[in-house]
Design a protein around this ligand. Structure first.
Ligand code: UDX
Length: 434
C-alpha cells in the first residue's frame, strides 16, 4: 500500500516512519522546504528516542520519501493522513486554518478514490468540514472518504506507543474506508491490539476525552498531594492504595509540579471551549485546568517560603522540558516556575540534557545555563528538580551538598527518599509526602 502524510511535525513524522517500518510506502509532505531538505539529509527537527534511526533506515530502503509538494503525497496514494498543526487560539479553541488549507490542496490533487484521514487532534465536526471542503474544491466527482484516526503517542515513547498501542481508533461513515485503515494497521493484529471502529464525531471526541481524563487524573492526585501535606499523609501510598483498584488503575497518579506538554493543556482547554459552543459546561475538566495552574503556583510558593526572602537567592533548576526524553518545552511547568521565581528576584542557573536551546527562547535572558547538574549547583542556595530525567535520579549527593551554598533541595517529582535526604543533611521538600 502507498500512503501520504501531510505535515512532518511530531505526529506526522513518527506516523510516517512507523508505517514505513511496517513495510508500507510512505510519502511525507511539508510545505517547509528547509525542513524537507534537512529530513532528506537525515536530520530530525526535534528529539525523539529511536526516530532518527527509523527515518534513516526506511529512507535508505526506499519506503520513506520526503517532498515539499503536497500533490506528491496525494497522487497515487490510497490513504492520505492530515497531520498538520492545530495551534491554540487565544480563547482556547483550535486554529484549523492549516487543516483547511491542506483539505483544499488534497481536493486539487484528487486523482482517484482515496481515504482522507485526520491524525491531528481536531475539534469534533472537523471530519465533516473536511469532507465539505473537498467536495466543494475537487475538480470532478472523484469518489473519496473521510476518516478520523487519532494518535495517542506520548512524546519520548512515541515509537513504542505506535508499534504497541493500547488501541487503534477508527472513525468513518464508510465501511470501505474503515476496512482500508484496518488493513493498514494489520501488523498490529498479531499483537491483538483492540480496534474501536465508530463514526467520525465519536472518534474525534475519544481523543479529547482520553487526554482530558488523564489530565484530570493528574490534577486529582496533585490535589490529594496538597491535602496530604496538610494532613501528614503520604500521597504515594494514597496513589498505590487507590490505584490497585482495577476500576481506578495505577497510572497517571504521580504527583508533581503539574502537567504540561503540547497536548494536555491545549486539549483540555479546547474541549472546554468546544463544549461551551454547544452550551455545555465541563465543570470537571475546568477544575482540572484550574488545579494544574494552582499546582505550579504552589511550587513557587513553597520555594519562596522556604528560602524567604527569595530575592537575590540563586536557584539551580534541573530539567526544563515538560517531561524527560524530549526537548519539548511547550507549556512545561519549568518555564512558568522559572519565570515566576525570576520575577520574585531569584537568580536562576538552569540545566537540561536536551531542552536548553528551545527553552532559552522562552526564559528571561538573565537565566544562566550550566553544562551539568553540578555546575548548576555550585554556589546555589537551593537545588530544584523540575523534570525527572534519568540522570537526576542518581546524583552524587555528597558532591551536591558540598557545592550548594545552602542545603535546600526541592524535589518536585519525588524521585528521592525523604528520610535518606534528611539524614544526608538536606532541607528536603517534595510533593505530598510528610
Ligand atoms: C500525552 C498523552 O499521554 C498521549 O496519549 C497523547 O496523545 C499526547 O499527550 P505527552 O504529552 O507526550 O502525551 O506526555 P505524557 O507522558 O502523557 O505526560 C503529560 C504530562 O503529564 C507531563 O507534563 C507529565 O510530567 C505529566 N504527568 C504524567 C504527571 O505529572 N503525572 C503522571 O502521573 C503522568
Amino acid at each position: 500500500m502507498h500512503i501520504g502524510i501531510i505535515g512532518t511535525g511530531y505526529v506526522g513524522l513518527v506516523t510516517g516512519a512507523c508505517f514505513a517500518e511496517f513495510g508500507i510506502h510512505v510519502t511525507c509532505a511539508d510545505r517547509d522546504e528547509e525542513k524537507i531538505n534537512a529530513l532528506k539529509r537525515g536530520r530530525i527537527p526535534f528529539y525523539e528516542p529511536g526516530l532518527q534511526a527509523l527515518v534513516e533506515k526506511n529512507f535508505k530502503q526506499g519506503r520513506l520519501a520526503f517532498t515539499s509538494k503536497v500533490g506528491e503525497a496525494v497522487n497515487s496514494n490510497l490513504v492520505i493522513f492530515i497531520a498538520v498543526g492545530t495551534p491554540p487560539r487565544g480563547d482556547g479553541s483550535c486554529d484549523l486554518s492549516y487543516v483547511e488549507e491542506v483539505a483544499k490542496e488534497i481536493a486539487n490533487h484528487l486523482d482517484g478514490y482515496k481515504v482522507i484521514v485526520t491524525k491531528s487532534t481536531v475539534p469534533v465536526g472537523t471530519g465533516k468540514r473536511i469532507k465539505k471542503i473537498i467536495e466543494e474544491n475537487r475538480k470532478n466527482n472523484t469518489h473519496f472518504d473521510v476518516a478520523s484516526n487519532p494518535e495517542f503517542l506520548r512524546e519520548g515513547a512515541a515509537i513504542e506507543d505506535f508499534m504497541r498501542p493500547n488501541r487503534v481508533v477508527i472513525g468513518s461513515e464508510s465501511p470501505q474506508a474503515s476496512a482500508i485503515l484496518q488493513d493498514l494497521y494489520r501488523p498490529l493484529y498479531l499483537l491483538e491490539t483492540p480496534f474501536v471502529t465508530t463514526d467520525i464525531e465519536t472518534a474525534e471526541l475519544i481523543k479529547y476525552a482520553s487526554n482530558s481524563f488523564l489530565a484530570t487524573k493528574i490534577s486529582f492526585i496533585n490535589e490529594m498531594a496538597q491535602l496530604c501535606e496538610r494532613l501528614g499523609a503520604d500521597v504515594h501510598m494514597v496513589a498505590k492504595g487507590i490505584g490497585l483498584d482495577k476500576r481506578i488503575g495505577p497510572k497517571f497518579l504521580h504527583p508533581g509540579p503539574g502537567f504540561g506538554g503540547s497536548c494536555f493543556p491545549k486539549d483540555t482547554r479546547a474541549l472546554v471551549s468546544l463544549a461551551e459552543e454547544t452550551g455545555t459546561e465541563l465543570k470537571i475538566i475546568k477544575a482540572a485546568i484550574e488545579v494544574n495552574e494552582s499546582q505550579k503556583r504552589s511550587m513557587v510558593e513553597r520555594i519562596k517560603d522556604a528560602l524567604n526572602p527569595l530575592e537575590g537567592k540563586t536557584l539551580a533548576i534541573l530539567g526544563l522540558s515538560f517531561k524527560p526524553n524530549t526537548d519539548d518545552v511547550r507549556e512545561a511547568p519549568a518555564i512558568d516556575i522559572i519565570n515566576a521565581l525570576s520575577k520574585k528576584g531569584a537568580v536562576i542557573k538552569a540545566y537540561d540534557p536536551a531542552a536548553v536551546p528551545v527553552a532559552k527562547k522562552l526564559l528571561p535572558n538573565t537565566v544562566k545555563y550550566s553544562k551539568d547538574p553540578y555546575e548548576a549547583a555550585k554556589g546555589a542556595d537551593a537545588l530544584v528538580i523540575v523534570t525527572e530525567w534519568n540522570e537526576f535520579r542518581n546524583l552524587d549527593l555528597g558532591q551536591i551538598m558540598k557545592l550548594l551554598n545552602q542545603p535546600f533541595f526541592f524535589d518536585l517529582r519525588n524521585i528521592y527518599d525523604p528520610e535518606k535526604m534528611r539524614a544526608a543533611g538536606f532541607k528536603y521538600y517534595s510533593v505530598g509526602r510528610p
